[in-house]
Design a protein around this ligand. Structure first.
Ligand code: ATP
Ligand code: MG
Length: 331
């Protein structure tokens, strides 16, 4: 089997949290040595689908870039860039809209959830978001998309878009595979464990940020919502504890059943403390490295610009084929 072409994007909205780290960023770092190439993108064009401030967007791109580099992305081993630097994403979005079903877009859970939260305007961009996401991946003919569980539906849609394009215009695009981590694909809010941890939709105390100080991390885990039982084990009716077991498993590099066995005879209080300590240790190197990297915006720009140059070559090649198949330009 040949090496996968890995692609994934992450939004520069808000600050990145433990869910993003465990569900996505961890997979990126691991994927950069499997992918040939592995391509990671800060999807700033996606960020404009909800209300935002242009100056702040620019800052958040640097924040996110520094977090990913601090986590271990290495521009020598992957292509790391800012989406808006590669105009092919926008052009391909429009072209793919010809083979995207309006009915499919209407069924997207994320649109339903996020549109309900918008105060002034539900931007058409929020509805169109999955087409841009399809373009992001299909532009690189990626075979593998590492994401969290919440992105299943969007990946299924991009597969459908690629298939429909190939049927209509001839074999051109690659139908990518979803890649979801076995443990931690959906990290839940610590305060409301029925909801996923999220930059935009979660509770303040239930969302552990990658850059949180140890004291903040301890406080958030200390007040994590559990249940009236006393057993540290995973079960559908124990959403809070199940979530903590997954988090501890990833942070301590253990299997969840090992975690259950180790904490079998301990109370929730001790378990929560142990989870907090494991996460403090897990995130500390990232926070420290971030502090070194974030101030040098010129260096971050240089990394993103060099990445965009490499990305553009691949995306432009796909666009030549797509345009030609669709009847644009001279024969
Ligand atoms: P928003 O709520 O604004 O969509 P987000 O927290 O989902 O923000 P994104 O940048 O959209 O952040 O997601 C980046 C990656 O993190 C995606 O691959 C997504 O699937 C993953 N992810 C997001 N939340 C979680 C979570 N709670 N658990 C595991 N993975 C997650
Ligand atoms: Mg998201």
């Amino acid at each position: 089997m040949s090496a996968p072409i890995v692609f994934s994007g992450i939004q520069p909205t808000g600050r990145k949290h433990l869910g993003n780290f465990i569900g996505a960023i961890r997979q990126y770092v691991e994927g950069q040595d499997r992918g040939e190439p592995a391509i990671f993108c800060i999807v700033d064009l996606h960020a404009i689908s909800v209300a935002y401030d242009p100056a702040e967007l620019r800052e958040r791109v640097y924040d996110t870039a520094a977090i990913l580099l601090a986590a271990g992305l290495d521009p020598e081993r992957c292509i790391f860039f800012r989406q808006s630097d590669v105009r092919e994403h926008s052009e391909l979005t429009w072209l793919l809209s010809a083979v995207t079903s309006h009915g499919d877009l209407n069924r997207m859970h994320q649109f339903k959830e996020k549109s309900g939260k918008q105060r002034d305007l539900v931007a058409a961009a929020l509805f169109f978001y999955p087409v841009l996401m399809a373009a992001d991946v299909l532009a690189y003919r990626a075979t593998e998309v590492p994401v969290g569980d919440d992105q299943r539906q969007h990946v299924e849609l991009m597969r459908e878009i690629a298939r429909r394009f190939n049927e209509r215009f001839g074999e051109t695009l690659v139908v990518p595979e979803l890649r979801i981590p076995g443990v931690g694909a959906r990290i839940m809010d610590l305060q409301e464990p029925e909801r996923k941890m999220s930059t935009t939709g979660g509770t303040e105390n239930g969302t552990v940020l990658v850059l949180d100080e140890p004291a903040a991390i301890r406080k958030k885990f200390g007040s994590a919502v559990t249940d009236s039982g006393r057993e540290v084990r995973r079960a559908p009716e124990k959403a809070g504890i199940s979530n903590l077991i997954d988090i501890y498993a990833v942070a301590s590099d253990n299997e969840p059943d090992v975690v259950e066995r180790v904490f079998e005879s301990q109370g929730y209080g001790d378990f929560k403390k142990a989870v907090a300590e494991a996460v403090v240790e897990y995130l500390a190197p990232v926070r420290e490295r971030y502090a070194e990297l974030r101030p040098d915006e010129a260096a971050l720009e240089a990394i993103l610009a060099a990445g965009a140059e490499k990305a553009r070559v691949i995306a432009a090649d796909t666009l030549v084929d797509v345009r030609s198949r669709m009847g644009f330009g001279p024969a």
